[in-house]
Design a binder for this molecule. Structure first.
Ligand SMILES: *Cc1c(COP(=O)(O)O)cnc(C)c1O
Length: 213
């Protein structure tokens, strides 16, 4: 499945993060040898264990909830943290990025689904976080865009509406918050079950796992 999905994404100019949670090193390497170098994991321990045994030019994205007390372990090894869901977490990421003398790219995760359980900022929290950052800049953070997950439902109208909502927030921030440029460019939405809908609604980065393997 990797080849056909990758061809489709390339035609639409969409960046693929291959979600490798629960996959073996061999499975990951088989995609790596096809040229896939960006992988996503949702747990810190699993990401660190895999990365130490895989080629060093793999770009790792953390896509799952990150606890503040695990930030220091992950910072030196990560290309992007897509799951920033609180101001406190962002400040902690900045603190350790300063300590390690690196700049960390992040996406802000927005809660767009109807399920209670999915993490993410409400729109109010999103704008309040951005306001805060505009007044108190975080020297070692690049806010590169937004990430979201739609409701897990067969009703694609719901999914379309949720992705459209995230795209509207993305456009609004791009219009109003020029201080976030040139970095604020990524709209990460869509997984195996809904990546086509996400692309129709303006995603430029998708996180696909099960459909690839
Ligand atoms: C697991 C996961 C994905 C990929 O899900 P699939 O259904 O396997 O494509 C995408 N994003 C997040 C945040 C995930 O945890």
């Amino acid at each position: 499945m990797y080849d056909s999905i990758k061809t489709y994404l390339d035609q639409h100019n969409i960046q693929l993060i291959a979600v490798s949670k629960n996959r073996t090193l061999e499975e990951i390497l088989s995609l790596y040898h096809k040229g896939q170098h960006a992988f996503g994991e949702n747990k810190v321990q699993e990401l660190l264990a895999k990365r130490s045994q895989l080629p060093p030019d793999i770009e790792w994205h953390l896509i799952g909830h990150l606890q503040s007390n695990k930030v220091k372990q992950i910072i030196p090894y990560i290309s992007m943290i897509q799951s920033v869901d609180s101001e406190e977490l962002l400040i902690t990421i900045n603190k350790y990025s300063i300590k390690y003398k690196i700049v960390t790219k992040v996406l802000l995760q927005v809660h767009i689904a109807s399920e209670e359980t999915k993490f993410g900022l409400s729109s109010e929290e999103l704008f309040s976080l951005i306001d805060h950052v505009s007044v108190h800049p975080l020297s070692n953070i690049q806010i590169c865009g937004l990430m979201g997950m739609a409701t897990n439902t067969q009703d694609m109208t719901v999914v379309h509406n949720e992705f459209k909502h995230l795209h509207d927030l993305f456009d609004e921030i791009r219009e109003k918050c020029s201080f976030l440029q040139p970095h604020f460019q990524h709209l990460s939405m869509g997984m195996s079950s809904d990546y086509k809908e996400a692309i129709e609604e303006g995603a430029n980065m998708v996180r696909i796992g099960s459909a690839l393997f």
